[in-house]
Design a protein around this ligand. Structure first.
Ligand SMILES: Cc1ncc(COP(=O)(O)O)c(C=O)c1O
Length: 376
């Protein structure tokens, strides 16, 4: 399809080539090269943290963060059901227990009002996951964490450049994580970052990233780690991308504003992302839409119709309590989270990448209206 509009494309129009050429010219292509340290330092400073550990993707960043916190069998972690599987895997592998909460229907983020009643003697941590462009309302969660002496893991995979009450997302958890997959505001191809202020957590993540090699006795291991190292090539991309982050956030906000304006007259049929809350303005990691009940088809069907018109889309997350893999394990039996279930059934996102032109945004909006007009 010639004029196909993909759901996402990265924008690599800064110093990426120059920095990659430096890696090749100097031969530094492994995880020992100088861009790693530079990327970690600049990223830490950007999110106002003392330490950063670059890793190979956002999923292992969460795995390491959970392990570094020392969670183990029977410990409970409160987290949203409406998220990606990356958030929950390591909790389950460790024999700990994910305790789910539903989403807020307006922001699609975890509903903090549901957290306190889920806290038990076994609760050890709360996992905040910022979804699609607006941060979670963090302050009430930090208050609960203080009150009950719980750790906070913050998954800021989608939140580069976003702030909560003026402070950077990624600065709130005891430990916070990011992803640099190519659909993110900044990318390293594949990549992730773990950030923290606590030196012990930093040392643990640093060690876990590199197989828990010991500096003095390299091939003698006291603990098990992973190889989750980022390469110098990826970090070179990261440094170049970070230089453009503010510009990218502005581009995404302009995209969100234009979609919102163009789709305003579909409000009877579509729920659009909130432009802002009293603590943040949306950065539109993706531009999600939710089909209202008046529409007789679900997200799957809408995506098929848009695909036929040359428009790329992606479904919303599929809630954790409905995942076949966990049902087979006997987890989350008889649990129901209606907001998340509705989002999964009726939500999807339309092209939202950094390379989108105004004409493409117009074309996508026209196609969305076309599929709605067929039935309205
Ligand atoms: C909220 C969230 N957490 C974690 C991840 C996992 O990141 P990665 O794809 O880099 O493993 C993603 C990826 O999109 C995400 O959206």
């Amino acid at each position: 399809m010639n004029n196909y509009i993909p759901v996402n494309e990265p924008l690599l129009n800064g110093n990426e080539k120059k920095y990659l050429a430096e890696c090749i010219d100097t031969g530094w292509i492994s995880s020992d090269g100088p861009f790693i340290k530079l990327f970690e330092e600049r990223f830490a400073s950007r999110v106002k943290r003392r330490y950063a550990v670059a890793v190979s993707n956002g999923t292992v960043a969460i795995d390491a963060a959970i392990s570094a916190l020392g969670l183990s069998v029977g410990d409970e972690v409160i987290m949203p059901t409406f998220t990606i599987i990356s958030c929950i895997s390591q909790i389950i592998r460790l024999g700990a227990k994910p305790v789910l909460v539903d989403s807020d229907p307006m922001t699609w983020n975890m509903d903090f009002n549901q957290i306190e009643r889920k806290i038990t003697k076994r609760t050890k941590a709360i996992m905040i996951v910022h979804i699609y462009g607006l941060p979670v309302d963090i302050d009430p969660i930090l208050d609960l964490a203080n009150k009950y002496n719980l750790k906070v893991i913050e998954d800021a995979a989608e939140m580069h450049g976003q702030t909560y009450k003026g402070k950077p997302c990624g600065s709130f958890g005891d430990i916070s994580t990011f992803s640099f997959y190519p659909n993110k505001h900044i990318t390293t191809g594949e990549g992730g970052m773990i950030v923290m202020n606590d030196e012990d957590l930093f040392k643990k993540c640093h060690s876990l990233r590199n197989l828990c090699f010991q500096p003095q006795k390299r091939f003698v291991h006291e603990e098990l780690g992973w190889n989750m190292r980022m390469t110098n090539l990826q970090a070179a991309l990261g440094v170049a991308q970070l230089e453009k982050l503010d510009e990218f956030v502005l581009r995404k906000r302009a995209m969100g504003k234009l979609y919102t304006k163009l789709l305003l007259d579909t409000k009877e049929y579509l729920e659009l992302p909130l432009e802002k809350t009293d603590y943040a303005n949306n950065i539109y990691w993706v531009f999600g839409v939710v089909l209202k009940e008046k529409i007789p088809f679900n997200a799957d069907e809408a995506m098929k119709k848009l695909g036929a018109l040359g428009i790329g889309t992606r479904p919303f997350f599929y809630p954790m309590h409905m995942q076949p893999v966990f049902q087979k394990m006997g987890l989350f039996k008889n649990e129901s989270y209606p907001v998340a279930e509705r989002l999964a059934e009726r939500g999807f996102y339309i092209p939202s990448g950094l390379t989108l032109s105004e004409n493409q945004i117009l074309e996508v909006s026209t196609s969305v209206k076309k599929i709605l007009n067929e039935i309205c």
